[in-house]
Design a protein around this ligand. Structure first.
Ligand code: KG4
Ligand code: ZN
Length: 341
């Protein structure tokens, strides 16, 4: 069966066509139109501008995803089995563009809709290309808006066991980049700077927030304040930007890795996986992989192209939900900017 997926929850307009059979899910097309260049000058996403861009791009992006999958518009109603769309969490006006488009196509093509939670999409980026993952699993989802530890007992059976109490991990990277004068979005630039650092690591200025707390929650807002104070005190800081970036990345990676491993042990899972925009971070991928291996569990991480926001991950979650008969008619679909897992 073929599924068309649409994702517009933040600043990426994305569409994907996937085919599924049993537990085998293959991505046929994955089109992402990024708005980074528009929001860059403001240092963050401007919701009104994001929604306007989605309105301009949504049809061309869907058109391209269908064309790459060699599905002609006149055959789409026959070839597709469902339309999957992100209904939340995210920016309300951005979500509305994707959802209204999905509704219209579902109405015209007489197709059911699969409503997908954006975080569920990130989690399911790990099931693309028939990855066999043993349950139960612990998933760490780290993005610009979320930092969440989820226990997945079986397909679509989620239990959130911990989350951030303030800033998300990606948001912390973005703020650190701003403080270090590196630009936007922060994650990739901070990690590039950190990679440049070689030599002895002498700056140990940052805390590892909530590392020792008994729960599985996180807190990242104190890190940027600690980074601000440390750089203000250091007259030589401009020459040491890459070491500060390194120390910052280490602090975030230490906390994320340590809590994920503790959760994996406590919940006696068989596998651990990583997802979300920050899962593109090489240091985090490597460190978590090493630590998971040490305790003898399976580790999965999405391919780079499926880490930051995309519609292939929505197609993946959408396919498994379709298989579980979780479809709804277009009349019933609603956006929810605060949707929980
Ligand atoms: O999942 P995503 O594309 O959007 C949300 O759902 O929020 O995640 C975007 C976040 C941004 O904060 C960005 O700075 C971060 O992911 N990010 C990274 C890296 N690439 C993207 N953070 C750390 N290292 C990276 N290489
Ligand atoms: Zn995301």
């Amino acid at each position: 069966m073929y599924i068309l997926a649409i994702e517009t929850s933040c600043d990426e307009t994305a569409a994907s066509v996937a085919s599924g059979k049993g537990n085998d899910l293959k991505i046929i097309s994955n089109v992402v139109s990024s708005q980074i260049n528009i929001h860059k000058k403001y240092g963050g996403v401007i919701p009104e501008l994001a929604a306007r861009e989605h309105v301009i791009n949504i049809i061309p992006v869907i058109d391209e995803a269908l064309a790459l999958a060699k599905i002609k518009k006149q055959d789409a109603a026959k070839k597709l089995s469902a339309i999957a769309v992100t209904i939340g969490p995210g920016l309300i006006t951005s979500l509305m563009v994707g959802v209204e488009t999905a509704k219209t196509l579902a109405y015209a093509w007489k197709l059911p809709i699969v409503a997908v939670n954006h975080i569920e999409g990130h989690i399911y980026s790990n099931f693309i290309n028939n990855k066999k993952i043993s349950f139960p699993a612990i998933i760490l989802t780290v993005s610009g808006g979320h930092t969440q530890l989820v226990l997945l007992k079986s397909h679509l059976n989620y239990k959130t066991i911990g989350e951030t109490r303030d800033d998300a991990a990606g948001e912390a990277f973005d703020k650190a980049a701003q403080l270090l004068g590196l630009g936007y979005p922060g994650g990739p630039i901070v990690s590039k700077q950190a990679d440049k650092f070689s030599g002895k690591h002498t700056i140990h200025a940052l805390p590892r927030p909530m590392l020792e707390s008994k729960d599985y929650d996180f807190s990242f807002s104190g890190l940027k304040t600690a980074l601000l104070y440390a750089t203000q005190k250091d007259n030589n800081f401009k020459k040491k930007v890459s070491e500060y970036a390194f120390e910052f990345q280490e602090a975030v990676v230490d906390v994320l890795t340590s809590k994920t491993i503790r959760a994996a042990k406590e919940f006696k899972v068989k596998s651990v996986f990583l997802s979300g925009g920050v899962s593109a971070n090489k240091r985090l991928r490597e460190k978590l992989a090493t630590e998971v291996k040490k305790i003898g569990l399976e580790f999965a991480v999405p391919e780079f192209q499926y880490t930051t926001d995309n519609a292939a991950m929505i197609a993946s979650a959408g396919y498994f939900k379709f298989k579980a008969k979780k479809t709804i008619p277009w009349q019933k679909i609603k956006v929810d900017p605060n949707l929980e897992l």
